[in-house]
Design a protein around this ligand. Structure first.
Ligand code: PLP
Length: 366
């Protein structure tokens, strides 16, 4: 069986380093917001080329804390509308709702599946105050076009970079540094994955960074002093230790993912399988490799019979989820079509050459 994502194989590479770091952690006896968290924050800000990084508990909290902080700072108000791609993981949309804001679902560009700048223009109204951009599947959204629109209408731009750690634009700028504030998830299956839940916010805004740093820790600027009503959403010290070790391999891992993607794009030739758009540059870190197939069930059964694991990201679009029932009648045909046809085939930095070859042959024989 070729696994969709072999997390054991990914993390086995760090076994000795993890164990040594754990021993150190255990003997230090400092378990919350210690030196590993601050080291990771420094390392990751430097990696993303932002001034600040604040470690938090997970990706959803990272997104939510950005919105809550902007509300406290008076840059957003309860009830403001936020443009968000309709075809994203539901967390992006939940963060808007949880913060007391209103999501406005935007259809994707038909080629890249990222939020369509053209449709953003059409959706702008006096209620819209921000755009939450998602770099879906690891591919940077059309940030230059988005910023032009946002600047014209004085909108905040926030990145959901949970699938795009290390993606770089044509000017050499990284995901996480392409907006006013960005949210990352280090969920185990992400390109930079912890061994549990973890997340972070990156920004160049010192006021925002300061407030989020307090918000994630009971609104506390220092021990037993609480200046704002905060939360408990701290990045776990042990997860930070693992992330510090894995961060140094992120670029290499992303390069391996791109290499697998290039082999797929060159090797898969089957009119029944629509391959994803790729610019050929480092603006894509292939968190996922998503193809469109009309008869998806048939295709996935075939892959399973050939011992190849595949998954659907995601089977139900957010506006068709029971949790978002008030949005169910929205007319989002492209989002719905994509959700009916997409299939993610194996993608990871630890796929072996023979496995990639066998996947390509299997897809060509379909
Ligand atoms: C994984 C993911 C999240 C949420 O991250 P968690 O750490 O699971 O909370 C948010 N947005 C996108 C696009 C994601 O892929």
């Amino acid at each position: 069986m070729i696994k969709f994502l072999d997390l054991q194989r990914i993390n086995k590479r760090y076994k000795t380093a993890f164990k040594n770091r754990f021993d150190h952690f255990l003997s230090e006896g400092y378990y919350i917001l210690g030196s590993e968290v601050s080291r990771f924050e420094t390392n990751y800000a430097s990696y993303c080329n932002t001034q600040y990084c604040i470690g938090v508990a997970n990706g959803l909290d990272a997104l939510t804390l950005i919105f809550k902080a902007y509300i406290q700072l008076g840059k957003l108000s309860f009830g403001d509308s936020v443009l968000v791609p309709a075809n994203t993981y539901i967390a992006s949309i939940l963060s808007i709702i949880i913060s007391g804001l209103k999501p406005v679902f935007i259809e994707p560009d038909s080629e890249t599946y990222n939020i369509s700048p053209k449709l953003i223009k059409e959706a702008i109204s006096s209620e819209v105050k921000a755009i939450l951009v998602v770099h879906l599947y690891g591919q940077l959204a059309a940030m230059e076009e988005l910023h032009k629109i946002a600047d014209r209408h004085n909108l905040l731009v926030i990145e959901d970079a949970a699938q795009a750690h290390g993606a770089i634009d044509a000017k050499g700028q990284k995901a996480g540094s392409l907006s006013h504030a960005a949210a990352f998830s280090f969920y185990p299956s992400k390109n930079l994955g912890a061994l549990g839940d973890a997340g972070a916010i990156t920004t160049n805004d010192s006021v925002l960074a300061d407030l989020i740093k307090k918000l994630r820790n009971y609104g506390s600027p220092k021990k037993y002093v609480n200046s704002v009503v905060g939360f408990n959403s701290r990045l776990d010290e042990l997860q930070a230790a693992f992330l510090n070790l894995k961060l140094s391999n992120l670029d290499e891992d992303n390069a391996k993912r791109r290499s697998v993607a290039k082999q797929y794009l060159n090797g898969i030739k089957n009119i029944k399988i629509k391959l994803p758009y790729y610019s050929g540059t480092k603006d894509h870190v292939f968190h996922l490799f998503v193809v469109l197939v009309e008869d998806r069930n048939h295709f996935m059964t075939y892959l399973k019979d050939c011992s190849i694991e595949s998954l659907i990201h995601y089977p139900i679009p957010p506006h068709k989820q029971e949790a978002l029932i008030s949005y169910r009648d929205l007319h989002l045909p492209l989002t719905e079509k994509i959700h009916q046809q997409l299939v993610s085939i194996p993608m990871s930095p630890v796929l072996k050459h023979e496995e990639v070859k066998s996947i390509i042959e299997t897809l060509n024989a379909y």
